[in-house]
Design a protein around this ligand. Structure first.
Ligand code: PBG
Length: 345
């Protein structure tokens, strides 16, 4: 039997010299090595493309505060849907600019089965594309006061609004919506919408809940695009969340999951990455973030001024969502980033 020599004890001097030899930059030295150690990747499968709709044909109206974004007539939306499918973008989210003459106190146009959103749904569905269509449930593009719900005096009525939203969701599901996305922040609307869908033969229609949606200054350009910035009276702080809170975001998300949401979303995006991370760590459901209009506008404006490299800022901002744990991102950059990732840019 041979006896092994005793192992040398590691002294603090040894440790110091090992640490002194630590070189974090070794892994970053070459492109292949950076790719090998990369923790997060943005792919086309992460993208949901929000588009704006308008009446007419062959219409592409630029949205001034969102360079590169247009309000599209239904025929143009069909063209863009085909482009999205060719690029491999999984889904579109549709938002209508409603003719001001059709806006009223109760947002009744939201329930019209022939409204712009429904016509676009039917026209795009007829193309038979491998492309999901998501629709916004909320009354603000249809109300004369620009709020997401029904009003009595200064108050946004909760339960009366929820009834209206259930009808709106059914109209959209009947027209072919694949994913109902309630962005209104009324209490109890996910359970009510799920039940209405199920009772009316739409068991397979998914729900993506705007679970943690904040009363944010970053929605300004969107309100220009759907024409609600001029109409909006007051603000949305009695239903959208206070930007100061994150525990509350977890409660909101838990409720929406319990009520039947298939997917949850945080909105806005980049200023709220901590919320995305907390939700991702807490719940086991597909989690999305909305890079909203103001975030898009900031990057576009800075790059138009030559203050930022627009492509790099776009890619870095979207990768940040992946790092925070998002499964996907709603972004107006979707077609640009998809072309970029496909290498034909
Ligand atoms: C309204 C709605 C808003 C957005 C999506 N749905 C704006 C708001 O709450 O006033 C904002 C999206 C964006 O800014 O890109 N239901």
């Amino acid at each position: 039997m041979t006896s092994t020599p005793p192992l040398p004890r590691i002294t603090s001097d040894h440790m110091d010299s090992i640490l002194a030899g630590t070189r974090m930059r070794r892994n970053r030295r070459t492109d292949w090595s950076r790719r090998l150690v990369r923790e997060n990747v943005l792919t086309v499968d992460d993208l949901i493309w929000p588009i704006f709709l308008t009446d007419g044909t062959n219409a592409r109206q630029p949205v001034a505060s969102m360079p590169g974004v247009f309000r599209l007539s239904v025929d143009e939306a069909v063209r863009e849907a085909n482009r999205a499918a060719e690029l491999g973008i999984p889904a579109l989210a549709l938002f209508p600019y409603t003719d001001p003459d059709l806006r009223d106190e109760t947002g009744s146009e939201a329930l019209n089965p022939e409204n712009l959103t429904c016509r676009a749904l039917q026209a795009i569905k007829a193309e038979g594309l491998n492309l999901g269509l998501m629709t916004d449930v909320a009354l603000d593009p249809y109300t004369s006061h620009g709020h997401d719900g029904l009003m009595e005096g200064e108050t946004i009525l909760n339960d009366e609004t929820v009834d209206q939203l259930c009808r709106q969701a059914l109209v959209q599901a009947d027209a072919g919506s694949d994913v109902i996305a309630p962005s209104d922040m009324m209490d109890g609307r996910i359970a009510a919408i799920r039940q209405s869908l199920d009772l009316h033969g739409h068991r397979d229609v998914q729900i993506m809940a705007y679970a943690a949606k904040y009363a944010s200054a970053f929605y300004g350009p969107f309100r220009d695009a759907v024409g609600s910035s001029g109409t909006l009276k007051g603000d949305k702080r009695t239903y959208q969340m206070d930007p100061a809170n994150t525990d509350e975001a977890l409660r909101e998300t838990e409720l929406d999951i319990t009520e039947g949401a298939d997917m949850v979303m945080v909105k806005p995006g980049m200023p709220y990455l901590d919320v995305v991370r907390r939700i991702r760590d807490e719940f086991q459901v597909p989690t999305y973030a909305y890079q909203v209009s103001g975030e898009y506008a900031m990057i576009k404006a800075a790059s138009a001024n030559g203050w930022l490299d627009g492509d790099r800022a776009m890619l870095e901002s979207l990768l940040a969502f992946k790092r925070a744990g998002a499964d996907g991102i709603l972004t107006y950059f979707a077609p640009m980033v998809a072309s970029f990732l496909a290498g034909d840019k």
